[in-house]
Write a protein that binds this ligand. Structure first.
Ligand code: NDP
Ligand code: MG
Length: 394
């Protein structure tokens, strides 16, 4: 029985993970699970899966422990960020699913890496922020890092098994093709985007996801973060990765080899596929996903991304190329801007403007130290908050 720690159990990835675990009860058990605001849902998860630990924010710990007890459960509560770190590095867990959204997932995910766990990485922001530091820790502590983000999981499946042993170019790989659905505003021009509402932005055509990543998909920042994520996971420069808009979300990404072969991974857009793949790898397990019906899906189409209407993708590319703390600053500014947009304050097209201002006002700093990274993350958030004030009052 493999014991799984699920960071972010109450979210969309959390729900998909729990579904796969429930389908494979002979193979996996839930060791620990975390929630943040949706504690009623967390209680239901505890009732169903009876994990050893549930992690909740400090202020909610005592009352949540009481609720567990009243439900007749022996699940113990662990508190706050320290609790998240503790369940991630615990000797009784082998697999950690990193499914907290945003920078809040960084420290527990890194703790899992440093404890040499198998990490199922959904929380792309953690890797975007800490890049080299994260990948060096994976090497040093011999952690097994498996991408859950559907595109990166697809690429992982299309690469040779030992791809990490030498540069991809030495293995006949010319480039990666990262697919993007284009989001709900594909084909829209800048002028039209000015007045879009949060409700329109979170209504993704193909995927059902948390609010933050849904907005990121609409601005194409999600693809920007994924470009950076792919650069780190596969040791590549952005020039070796082509973003291709593929509105049907059936091909999840591709690898192009120098003999002309292009390998793609396909399937219905359902996160249970990459989660099941990464849980069982190199084996395969049931994920509950309907088989792909190519005749029913119809034509698969491809187009270029519109960098003019959606500047976030290029902002991310430039931040990666500038290196150091720039990706962490980009991520922090994006989190603040998206939050403000979701609260109905900032306009949709102002999201990239806020990020650009923060990056312009930032100094180059090496990102080889966690403290520096966290302080730059905080500084970029403060700067983004100040910038918001200018934007919202004008
Ligand atoms: P959701 O918003 O649905 O879930 C986020 C999870 O993180 C919830 O469990 C939430 O708790 C928890 N959380 C939020 N803030 C904090 C915090 N400050 N401290 C601790 N926990 C916190 O997001 P998704 O599941 O959609 O996404 C999770 C991650 O996976 C993101 O990084 C996203 O980019 C990535 N991802 C998601 C995909 C998807 O299809 N959804 C696809 C690929 C990647 P609570 O709900 O209790 O408040
Ligand atoms: Mg993705």
């Amino acid at each position: 029985m493999i014991a799984v720690t699920l960071l972010g159990g109450t979210g969309s990835i959390g729900e998909s993970t729990l579904d796969v675990l429930a389908r494979n009860p002979d193979l996996y058990r839930l060791f620990a699970v975390s929630g943040y605001r949706r504690l009623d849902e967390l209680l239901q998860i505890c009732q169903h899966f009876q994990p050893e630990y549930a992690v909740v924010p400090k202020e909610a710990a005592a009352s949540f422990q009481q609720r567990l007890k009243s439900s007749g459960l022996t699940t113990q509560v662990a508190e706050g960020e320290e609790g998240l770190v503790w369940v991630s590095q615990h000797t009784d867990t082998q697999v950690v699913v990193a499914a907290i959204v945003g920078a809040a997932g960084l420290l527990p995910t890194l703790a899992a890496v440093k404890a040499g766990k198998r990490i199922l990485l959904a929380n792309k922001e953690a890797l975007v922020m800490s890049g080299a530091l994260f990948m060096d820790a994976v090497q040093e502590h011999q952690a097994t890092l498996l991408p859950v983000d559907s595109e990166h999981n697809a690429i992982f499946q299309c690469l040779p098994q030992q791809f990490a042993d030498k540069p991809l170019a030495d293995q006949g790989i010319e480039k990666l093709l990262l697919t993007a659905s284009g989001g709900p505003f594909r084909g829209w021009k800048k002028e039209q985007l000015k007045t879009v509402t949060p409700a329109q932005a979170v209504a993704h055509p193909n995927w059902s996801m948390g609010q933050k990543i849904s907005v990121d998909s609409a601005t194409l920042m999600n693809k920007g973060l994924e470009l950076i994520e792919a650069c780190w996971l596969f040791s590549l420069q952005p020039e070796a990765i082509q973003v291709v808009v593929h509105p049907q979300s059936i091909i999840h990404s591709l690898v192009s080899y120098k003999d002309g072969s292009v390998l793609a991974q396909m399937g219905n857009p359902d996160m249970r596929t990459p989660l099941a793949h990464a849980l069982a790898w190199p084996e395969r397990i049931d994920a509950g996903v309907a088989p792909l019906d190519l005749i029913a899906s119809g034509a698969l189409t491809f187009e270029a991304a519109d960098d003019d209407a959606f500047p976030c993708l290029d902002l991310a590319r430039q931040a990666f190329k500038a290196g150091g703390c720039y990706p962490a600053q980009l991520n922090a500014a994006n989190e603040v801007a998206v939050d403000s947009f979701l609260q109905g304050q900032l306009g949709f097209t102002q999201i990239p403007e806020v990020i650009d201002r923060v990056l312009q006002a930032s100094e180059p700093r090496p990102a080889n130290d966690l403290e520096i990274l966290l302080s730059e993350d905080g500084r970029a958030r403060d700067l983004a908050q100040q910038t918001l004030k200018d934007f919202i009052t004008n």
